[in-house]
Design a protein around this ligand. Structure first.
Ligand SMILES: [Zn+2]
Length: 90
């Protein structure tokens, strides 16, 4: 962690320890560790977070099981995005 990273530190209201807001879950008013967010609000709520936030959660934070679910969810979402139309040869 670099000195200027200090300004990104937030106090997690769930466990009362600090975290880096860039790797935390935001509920609209507070930043939580991913694991704390899951413990307080449930896995479904964690999955329902904006993709941008979920993508920044770390394995060390949420753990193997939850990370696997998050990755699977992201892959399913990606599969739902229609691929660009193929050029059909004339
Ligand atoms: Zn926490």
């Amino acid at each position: 962690m670099k000195a200027h990273d200090v300004r990104h530190l937030k106090l997690c209201p769930s466990c009362s320890s600090i975290g880096d807001e860039r790797e935390m879950a935001f509920d609209g008013s507070d930043f939580y560790h991913g694991r704390c967010f899951e413990a307080d609000f449930g896995l479904d709520a964690l999955i329902a977070l904006p993709r941008k936030q979920r993508d920044h959660l770390t394995l060390g934070d949420v753990g193997n099981e939850t990370m696997t679910i998050l990755i699977d969810t992201a892959e399913e979402e990606d599969a739902l995005v229609p691929s660009p139309p193929r050029e059909t040869p004339t």
